[in-house]
Design a protein around this ligand. Structure first.
Ligand code: HEC
Length: 271
């Protein structure tokens, strides 16, 4: 069988459904866990890694340049271990940046793309071939596979971002009066069939921060942390979370720091 992205995805979804049901008799959670494990071994997200690698080295944009000179914190072009330390402070932009906002900076400065254009397409429609940013983000993160999350709060702006993230995580807001911690602050919570990750638990938050970007079965595409946060904002009925905004980076700084010590292994596989 030709291993198209769609083919693998369809097989993966069938497996989610089947493996889940087959094992549901014993205990739903265990069955789903086994299914997820099986999927992780043949994860369609791998195809995005290849695509991202191609995009990274290709000369593109109005300036006809590759991203090889992009500095993700460890020096131009040095990708090994870089994602493990993001978000971090970058002196050239005088900002704390996560992977995706840093990628934006490089695509604008090195390649000459327009920021608005990239932001508009960064989160791809479900069922599409995915966006350049999604493919690049997973390729870059994959270069830190096997390495340990180690976000440092050395710079005052990093500490500020962390504090803001901590505040946002616990603050109730909007018409539903939910905080992140309302859904993610206790063990064994669910919305419909979805388990809600208990993010004040060290082990569970480590599982989260080490597995994004992830292949999302329900969407047939790779999704990034920016998308995940955007989607939770939507679930909370908050105003739309702006892509790569300070609010999103503050939350990522908080979550990633909480997950320090986790070993990165992307692509993750999410429902
Ligand atoms: C109304 C409940 C709700 C609220 C409030 C909420 N989320 Fe979520 N969150 C979810 C659901 C549902 C999922 C996805 C579960 C699934 O797909 O299996 C999720 C998933 C996540 C994940 C990915 C977990 C994983 O599996 O890797 C992250 C990270 C996350 N949320 C962060 C946040 C943050 C940060 C906030 C606050 C801005 C927030 N959430 C608020 C319901 C919520």
């Amino acid at each position: 069988m030709r291993r198209t992205r769609e083919g693998i995805a369809a097989a993966a979804i069938a497996c989610v459904a089947f493996c889940g049901t087959a094992l549901a008799q014993s205990k739903a959670d265990d069955g789903l866990a086994v299914g997820r494990q099986m999927l992780a071994e043949d994860n369609p997200g791998e195809l995005w890694i290849d695509q991202g690698k191609k995009l990274f080295y290709e000369k593109r944009g109005p300036k006809n340049a590759s991203l090889e000179q992009c500095d993700f914190g460890l020096g131009p072009g040095k990708l090994e271990g870089a994602s493990a330390q993001l978000p971090r402070y970058f002196p050239d932009t005088d900002k704390v940046q996560d992977l995706e906002s840093r990628l934006l900076t490089c695509m604008v400065q090195l390649q000459g793309f327009k920021r608005e254009d990239i932001v508009k397409t960064a989160i791809s429609p479900a069922g599409s071939r995915g966006s350049d940013v999604e493919a690049l983000a997973i390729y870059i993160t994959s270069r830190s596979n096997g390495m340990t999350m180690n976000v440092r709060l050395a710079h005052p702006k990093e500490r500020e971002m962390y504090k803001a993230g901590e505040y946002l995580f616990h603050r109730r807001s909007g018409q539903t009066d939910f905080a992140c911690v309302t859904c993610h602050g206790e063990p064994d919570k669910r919305i419909r069939l979805q388990d809600l990750v208990h993010m004040t638990d060290k082990k569970q938050i480590q599982e989260v921060v080490s597995t994004w970007p992830a292949y999302r079965g329900a969407h047939y595409v790779v999704r990034t942390m920016q998308w995940r946060l955007y989607d939770c904002f939507w679930q909370m009925r908050l105003p739309e979370l702006e892509y790569a905004s300070d609010v999103s980076i503050a939350l990522t700084t908080y979550l990633h720091y909480q997950g320090n010590g986790a070993v990165i292994r992307v692509p993750g596989f999410k429902r």
